[in-house]
Design a protein around this ligand. Sequence first.
Ligand code: HEM
Length: 224
Amino acid sequence: MLVDVMIENNIPDDVMQGDAMTYIIGGFHTIGNWLVFALHFVSMYPEVQDRMYQEVKKVLFDTGKVIPSNVAQLVYTRQVMEETLRMGLIAPYASRYDDENDVTLGGYVIPHGTPIIQALGVGYSDPSIWPNPDKFDPDRFSPEKVAERHPYSFQPFGFAGNRKCPGYRFAYAQVATVLANILLKFQVHHVDCFGVKAMYGIITTPEDEVWLTLTSRFDENKEE
Ligand code: HEM
């Protein structure tokens, strides 16, 4: 689809190649790790998992699958996904430099060519914004709580206008779809002997493999 749009718009071959590669790299590692951390947190907090399951069952009742018209109704699922981005620090920073002009920021002149790191994740553990920040609590992302916070307190996809992550809507839709499908069919359990240690980089990954076990919900779903 991306390639079709680029062909329709006469984008040169070398730009198409670059964009296709960027989308594959940008879209694969990010979404995979977001999902792994989400499933890990869900396995650690059965009450969160149960609430998600109830929501998914209700929203997918008619269609049995996530489609563009029902994905927005997965409100609690989205809260869990956002709390995962906060606690898991999936993309901890973005970076920039202006190679032509000096920039004045908060009264400081930043000479052109100076790399600037936007440490997106630093504020995610600030207790004045996120009380008890080490607790996994998806209710922080209820619509009411979000309305109370400054929008810049949580910008996991970057906030700099045109350069904000172009894949963020796709990422939300994809992760919500996979999570909803897994949770509708299975209960996800943490395996006690395996802890999860985060390794921070451009994208945060678990240091080792993450082990989970699944129990089928087939009988449970059949009875209802
Ligand atoms: C967990 C999911 C993802 C997270 C947390 C994430 C986060 C980010 C962040 C923080 C940036 C830097 C923004 C900035 O410089 O201001 C970025 C850029 C980018 N992302 Fe994502 N991203 C995710 C998924 C995706 C997906 C699914 C795609 C593509 C399908 C994608 C493609 C890109 C591209 C192409 C850029 C560079 C944009 C530019 O510099 O113009 N990302 N992303």
